[in-house]
Design a protein around this ligand. Structure first.
Ligand SMILES: [Zn+2]
Length: 306
């Protein structure tokens, strides 16, 4: 059994409120192993991690969507704390212009970190999906989005799993267990009682789950492409009304996000990066009433995909 646990550590847009911290999302992938990834790291993220019962020492890699301070300012303190707590493992930071950014980050103040911070530039122009991490059980991708400065969206995609279908195997007269299954899984086929058994004959494909995080963006075709068939699309929804003059804001509104989700055939949507103009959650819940499978993010909200 595998699961993806997503914790919203900050859900405001630009300026914090009493209940919404600067953007950050923690994703924990649990299989036989555990992987913890942090997407964006606004100011105060390390305390939000503590409040949410997570452990910042477990973070394996960090992905920053763009270099506006509300999405990265928490890195200063987080990296220091990791060092003070004895981190030795190198830490990769993915971001558009990461090399330039990490160099600047490391040159501020006096610090003697005991672990290497490795920047990894993410392409922020064009329409190609870029593969950043290719692990045994999942892949992390990025695509450029539209925010007026170099900005990207990320996708965490679990790989499909091939499972033995016991009912199908039984029908073919195969034993319940045995080395046969290992061989068929590894080599695609085996011979049993003189009959060739193909993997396809006795297996089912369990589709991997897909989570996409837009970062800050105006509606664009790239996010539709990345979010195609996503189980969960976490999208910038700074505004809930299509007000005139918002075009220059370089963000998305509720209706725009829902159009994107529909085009991408995303199964669930979470709206985040909420402008502080919306203090009343009841008012926002009214606005999403007509839509299905959509939620408004709040700090410390957890979503588990199994
Ligand atoms: Zn921004």
């Amino acid at each position: 059994m595998t699961q993806i646990e997503i914790t919203f550590l900050g859900t405001t847009a630009a300026v914090p409120t009493k209940v919404r911290n600067h953007p950050a999302i923690h994703l924990r992938y649990q299989s036989e192993n555990e992987y913890c990834y942090l997407f964006d790291c606004g100011e105060g993220t390390q305390r939000q991690i503590l409040y949410s019962g997570l452990n910042f020492m477990r973070i394996d890699e960090i992905f920053i969507t763009h270099l506006h301070a509300d999405h990265f300012a928490g890195l200063f303190g987080l990296l220091e704390s990791m060092s003070l707590e004895g981190r030795k493992k190198p830490l990769r930071i993915f971001a558009p212009e990461a090399e330039k950014f990490v160099e600047a980050l490391q040159s501020v103040g006096y610090s003697s970190k005991n672990f290497a911070v490795i920047p990894r530039n993410v392409a922020f122009e064009g329409n190609e999906i870029e593969r950043l991490v290719d692990a045994e059980e999942f892949t992390v991708y990025a695509i450029p989005v539209k925010h007026g400065i170099p900005a990207v969206a990320y996708a965490f995609v679990e790989k499909d799993r091939i499972k033995i279908d016991k009912a199908k195997a039984k029908k073919l007269g195969l034993p319940e267990t045995g080395p046969l299954y290992r061989k068929i899984k590894a080599e695609g086929s085996d011979v049993f009682n003189g009959k060739k058994i193909m993997l396809d004959d006795i297996s089912i494909v369990e589709k991997g789950k897909k989570v996409v995080y837009s970062g800050d963006t105006m509606p664009c075709s790239n996010i539709v492409k990345l979010a195609s068939d996503a189980d969960l699309l976490i999208h910038d929804s700074t505004f809930f009304t299509d007000l005139e003059g918002m075009e220059g804001a370089r963000h998305s509104s509720l209706d725009e996000v829902m159009r994107i989700a529909k085009q991408a055939k995303a199964k669930g949507v979470i709206l985040t990066h909420i402008s502080r103009r919306y203090q009343d959650i009841k008012e926002l819940k009214e606005k999403i009433k007509g839509y299905e499978n959509v939620k408004i993010a709040k700090d410390f909200m957890k979503i588990v995909l199994k």
